[in-house]
Design a protein around this ligand. Sequence first.
Ligand code: PEP
Length: 255
Amino acid sequence: MKKQKIVIANWKMKLNLAETIGLAKEIKIKFQDFNKGRVVVCPGSLSLAEVSKIFKASHVKLGAQNVFWEEKGAYTGEVSTEQLAETGCGYVIVGHSERRKYLLENYEMIHLKLKAVINSDNLIPIVCIGENREERKTDRRDFVLVDQLHQALGGINILANQKIIIAYEPIWAIGSGVAIEPAEAEYAHKIVKLTLNDIFGIEKANNNFDIIYGGSIDGKNVKGFAKIENIDGLLVGGASLNAEEFYKVARAILK
Ligand code: PEP
């Protein structure tokens, strides 16, 4: 069966509540006659409950930007998988590079978070990997991706019905306005695929994983990514803050 591609919006901490609700409503209207592929929006955590109401009975699904690895307890300020599922989330971003940079989140933590999400059985994790500028310059990109995948996924047992999305996001491309060349993303996705084959075997790597690209995608450059077979979708930051631009991206990639 052919995979359904996915487009995920990451609104980061860019909008207040009124702006979030306004944009969610615009997106709901834009997508009301659109039923191709999968569309996910990840607003800030304090607006999840409000946005969940807006996307109810819509093709657009809700995702969160972060989660904690413990189920419950004295973890001030953290959010659990159960709490996210209760607010209507079906997806959660794990280990975004901005959290790796500003909150020193590392792949040990990402591994724990991923395990918690998989065990919760009601959220699909979007696990972020990707090299920084220095690693790219010094030709260590392939090694970095393989290492990040092993650290995040090693020893994780996934059941037949569990899905994981791997978002390849070269850090230097995020928010820069310059996306990677589609052919280079295609190459990086091959590295990811081969590593998943190594860790989980070819069947699980094919059936349980999606590999998506993120980094300065917009309504114009998306066309180059739409043609590539081994890109299962896109994670979109800046361009997802405009309903028309996000719709353009989705329409180009979701067939
Ligand atoms: C992101 O932050 O995941 C992202 C892809 O951002 P942008 O599209 O703005 O580069």
